[in-house]
Each structure stands twice: as structure tokens, then as C-alpha cells.
Design a protein around this ligand. Structure first.
Ligand code: NAD
Length: 418
């Protein structure tokens, strides 16, 4: 290709992995074709009257990838970098994620290209309501069920639900998950992804004979997934040696008090304002000295440029797509045990599934019931993938893809699609 190298897109990475798995399990070409294309792609332009009186038009996406195993499920994010390729890739990952933990869903994802940090609460509410209105004909508890993701939270879900209810003229709590408790949310949903990451950590550590109590854990990010994961490891006694946010990172080899770090972040806007640590860059948590690394910010953080410097023996992917394929190769060669995103961060979608089940029953579980059920599903999924990886003599990512794709193919066969 000469000196010009075309960088693979996020969706290309998914396709590359799909083809790799197709060879291993001998998938028919038509199966690969179905799994290479979203079922439906929705792109809408949303005009919002901003606080300064001027109207801005935001581009919003929803990609509904596959519904062979059930209604489609996936969060939506607000971020300046949102684009169709990213949403498509994340929707495909959701299809795989729901299959790997064996909950009765397909996969989808959404996003609005915007910078929520520069928007007022009113502007975000208007944007969310307009997004809900635009998607209303294409979603529903039996069709496609959105949820929170980067920069979207329970409040955003509440606005979304309210607008959807107005459009359809009834109260449909199961159209969206990650809602506040008082309007049909589930106990345990807020911390579910972090808790799931922790359950996976426990299971992986027992397989590798690592003691989590003595482990040094480094985490990129300090949002929902990162903070909650940090909390459970910290409570067990692990040392959280580094965390970061979009403004930078902090490092203390003796361990950070993550509750104090959170207090500082809440008050002053960034973990970097925490005084009892050395300030590092937002990427440095990936390469500091530690036993377990949890990337829990955004995709494409561990690349061919920094993978060689990763010191962790185990990586638990809290974020979606944090490791590029080139980095994956380098880390594999170094013998790093990687629990892939579609397995490691599935706790959120599992408790979203519980929320949807509770909404349909109109009967709500205690936090303990939710946590126990989450643990069972995460532990079973980890062991399913571990077994498949051993059977095919492949890494955990490939094993997770094989596990999911076999389940999706089984459903497509039953439905007569193939
Ligand atoms: P969030 O918005 O709560 O947190 C994101 C965190 O990453 C923030 O602390 C932000 O400051 C930090 N960040 C952003 N850019 C950064 C950078 N360049 N370097 C370092 N830190 C940076 O989002 P979240 O819900 O915690 O999601 C994080 C990741 O986990 C995403 O990849 C998301 O898709 C994935 N995920 C989230 C859930 C969930 O339930 N929330 C479930 C599965 C996967």
C-alpha cells in the first residue's frame, strides 16, 4: 500500500473478527453476510432551539443490527465523535454481548453527535425528547429497547420514556432501561456494569490463581463503569493504583482512596484535582505497573503504540472496543489474559434485561435478588466462554465470538433465515 496506510474503521474491526471466526467454525457465506449488515439503520436530523435563541441541528443515529434472538437492545451515547461507523460497530457488539450472556435479545445502539458538556440541562432535555420522538415508530419493548451509555444517564432515560409515552398515548416503562427507580427502574442497575466487571475479575482470578485481595488494579476512566468497578475491587482489598478521566489521570502505587477521589471529581470536575497522587496523562493508567488493567473509558485506547508497554497480566475490558486488533495481537504474544468487552461489560445489559422483565411483570425484585441473578449469569457466561476457548485453543475474545455467533446462528436456523 506504499506509504499510505488506510486505517481500519471500528466496524471493519468487527468484520475482520467475524471473518476470522467464520473460518474457525466454518460459517456459510450467507450467514457471514447477514451478520455483516445491520437490519435497519436510522439517521435523523434533530433541530434544537438553543438557549441563545439560535437553532442547531444535531445528527442522531440508531442502528438495529439483528433480532434473531429477541428484541434489539443497546444504549445510546452523547459525544462529539459519534458517527455511523461507530454506532454500527457498537450495535454489532451488542448483538454478540446479549448472545454471550444468553439473554433473549438481539443488538442495537444509538448515538447523537453533540457535546453534552457544552449544553445546558434544558438543551439536553429538548434534544433527548426530540430523539425519542424521532425513534418512536421504530422502537418499543418488543422491538428495540434503548439504555444509557457514555454521557447518558437515568435522567436522560426518564425524559426519553416520558416523550415516548406521549407519542404512543400510554405508559410503557419497558421501552427503555436504566430508568430512575421511581418510574420502573431496577435496583442494582446503576452499578451493574461495574459489578459485572468485578464478578468477571473474581472468576478470571480464580482460573489464573491470582489473589484479587493483593492485586494492584489500574483503571482508565472514572465514569459509571470505571467508578463502580473500582468500588468493588477496592472493597475487597485490591489496590487501585491509577484512574483517569478526560482531563487527565492520577497514580499512587500505595493505592487511591476511590471514594475520596470521587468526592473531589464531583466537587472539582476532575480526578486530577485529587492531591494524594501523582498526576499522569489520561492514557497512562494503561501502562502503569499493575496486575489487572480495566480500560473503562472509550474505544481504541490500547493500540499498537502502547500495547508493548502494558504491564498488567490480565485485562478486563470495561469499555466497548478499547483494544485494537493490532494491540490484541501484541498482548496475546505477551501472554496477557484478556476478558473481552462483550463478556466483561455485559453486567449492564443483564440488569437492563432484569429491569425489562420486572416492567413486564409489574413486580420488583430486591437488590440482593438482582445481584445474585447477575452473578449467576456472569459466572456462567465466563465459564461458557472459557470452555469454548479451550476447546478451540483460542483466546477469550475469539471464544466469546464463537459462543455468541453459534447461538445467533442457531436462532436464525430455527427462524428459517438460513
Ligand atoms: P461515562 O460517561 O459514565 O464515563 C466515561 C469516563 O471516561 C468518564 O470518566 C470520562 O471522563 C472518561 N474519559 C473520556 N475520554 C477519556 C479519555 N480519552 N481518557 C481517559 N478517560 C476518558 O460512561 P460509562 O457508561 O462509564 O461508559 C464507559 C465505557 O463503558 C464505554 O465504552 C461504554 O460504551 C462502556 N459500557 C458502558 C455500560 C454502562 O452500563 N454504562 C455498559 C457496557 C459498556
Amino acid at each position: 500500500m506504499g506509504e499510505f496506510q488506510i486505517q481500519q474503521s471500528f466496524f471493519d474491526q468487527y468484520l475482520g473478527k467475524l471473518r476470522h471466526v467464520a473460518e474457525i467454525i466454518d460459517l456459510a457465506p450467507e450467514v457471514v453476510e447477514i451478520l455483516s449488515k445491520p437490519k435497519r439503520t436510522i439517521i435523523v436530523s434533530i433541530p434544537v432551539r438553543m438557549d441563545n435563541g439560535k437553532t442547531r441541528v444535531f445528527t442522531a443515529y440508531r442502528v438495529q443490527f439483528n433480532d434473531a434472538r429477541g428484541p434489539m437492545k443497546g444504549g445510546f451515547r452523547y459525544h462529539p465523535d459519534v458517527n455511523l461507523d461507530e454506532v454500527k460497530a457498537l450495535a454489532a457488539l451488542m448483538m454478540l454481548k446479549t448472545a454471550v450472556v444468553n439473554i433473549p435479545y438481539g443488538g442495537s445502539k444509538g448515538g447523537v453527535k453533540c457535546n453534552p458538556k457544552e449544553m445546558s440541562r434544558r438543551e439536553l432535555e429538548v434534544l433527548t425528547r426530540e430523539y425519542a420522538k424521532a425513534l418512536a415508530p421504530f422502537i418499543g419493548p418488543d422491538i428495540d429497547i434503548p439504555a444509557p451509555d457514555v454521557n447518558t444517564d437515568a435522567q436522560v432515560m426518564a425524559w426519553f420514556l416520558d416523550e415516548y409515552n406521549k407519542v404512543v398515548g400510554k405508559v410503557v416503562p419497558g421501552v427503555v432501561t436504566g430508568k430512575p427507580l421511581g418510574i420502573g427502574g431496577s435496583r442494582g442497575r446503576g452499578e451493574a456494569t461495574g459489578r459485572g466487571v468485578f464478578f468477571i475479575g473474581l472468576e478470571a482470578a480464580s482460573k489464573l490463581n491470582v489473589s484479587l485481595k493483593d492485586a494492584r488494579v489500574s483503571i482508565q476512566g472514572f465514569g459509571n463503569v470505571a467508578f463502580n468497578a473500582a468500588k468493588f475491587f477496592y472493597e475487597l482489598g485490591s489496590k487501585i493504583v491509577a484512574v483517569s478521566d478526560s482531563k487527565g489521570g492520577i497514580y499512587n502505587p500505595d493505592g487511591l482512596n476511590i471514594y475520596k477521589v470521587m468526592e473531589v471529581k464531583r466537587k472539582e470536575g476532575s480526578v486530577t484535582k485529587y492531591s494524594e497522587a501523582e498526576i499522569i496523562s489520561r492514557e497512562d493508567p494503561l501502562t502503569v505497573d499493575c496486575d489487572i488493567l480495566i480500560p473503562a473509558a472509550l474505544e481504541w485506547q490500547i493500540t499498537e503504540k502502547n500495547a508493548g508497554n502494558v504491564k498488567a497480566k490480565m485485562i478486563i475490558e470495561g469499555a466497548n472496543g478499547p483494544t485494537t486488533p493490532e494491540a490484541d495481537k501484541i498482548l496475546s504474544e505477551k501472554g496477557v489474559f484478556i476478558v473481552p468487552d462483550i463478556l466483561a461489560n455485559a453486567g449492564g445489559v443483564v440488569v437492563s434485561y432484569f429491569e425489562w422483565v420486572q416492567n413486564r411483570m409489574g413486580y420488583y425484585w430486591s437488590e440482593k435478588e438482582v445481584d445474585d441473578k447477575l452473578k449467576t449469569i456472569m459466572v456462567n457466561a465466563f465459564n461458557d466462554v472459557y470452555e469454548v476457548s479451550n476447546k478451540y485453543n483460542v483466546d477469550m475474545r475469539t471464544g466469546a465470538y464463537i459462543t455468541s455467533i453459534n447461538r445467533i446462528v442457531g436462532a436464525m436456523k430455527s427462524l428459517g433465515w438460513i
